[in-house]
Design a protein around this ligand. Structure first.
Ligand code: GRF
Length: 191
């Protein structure tokens, strides 16, 4: 069965691109029904449009009503009736309304070996901690911060000369593979 997937993005969209490429090559039986971003100018939205995928911006205005924004996001995503929501570089926490509707079938990619280094600065935190190995994790989103059930992980070596950028880019290489694998292996009804 072809899985209908909605992808949430905030930035460059290289994880999204990896999923699109895998689908177009026939290695994942899925369809990206839409890409939704909290950032109107996210390059990831352009990537979607270049592949004929509906790309929607749902910006959160500073000082706005976060719960309302979250409920609106759930409505936007719900219109596509996804089997799976994939957060791929989405930099907002998903709230109660969204998780009430899509909890259990929303996955997120994170650039560390959770539970180590949750949050927004995982590569920087790994460098600061002096770890020799970090990695990437795809997990099922729950109400916590990067605390959901882990689906797949891959380790990535930290090099002495690494900066946050070089480490994060190396992690993203494996994140792309992990995200594709998680979507490929996802079975509706899994939670
Ligand atoms: C990934 O490392 C993701 O885990 C983090 O931001 C990065 C997104 O990269 N939240 P891209 O936008 O897919 O290139």
């Amino acid at each position: 069965m072809t899985k209908e997937v909605v992808v949430l993005v905030s930035g460059t969209g290289t994880l999204l691109q990896a999923l699109i490429d895998a689908i177009e090559s026939g290695s994942v039986d899925a369809r990206v029904a839409a890409v939704v971003s909290d950032q109107s100018g996210a390059p990831a939205l352009e990537r979607a449009r270049r592949h004929g995928i509906e790309a929607i911006a749902h910006p959160f205005r500073k000082g706005g009503d976060r719960a309302l924004w979250d409920a609106e996001l759930a409505e936007i995503v719900g219109a596509f009736e996804p089997d799976l929501v994939a957060s791929a570089g989405f930099m907002k926490l998903l709230g109660g309304a969204f998780l009430a509707r899509f909890g259990g079938h929303t996955i997120n990619s994170h650039p560390s070996l959770l539970p180590s280094f949750p949050g927004m600065r995982a590569p920087a935190d790994a460098l600061a901690a002096g770890v020799k190995v970090t990695g990437a994790t795809v997990f099922i989103v729950d109400p916590g911060i990067d605390t959901g059930r882990i689906l797949v992980q891959t380790a990535v070596d930290v090099h002495d000369e690494d900066t946050v950028q070089t480490l994060h880019e190396r992690i993203k290489i494996v994140e792309r593979e992990l995200l594709v694998r998680a979507v490929r292996e996802w079975e509706p009804g899994e939670s």
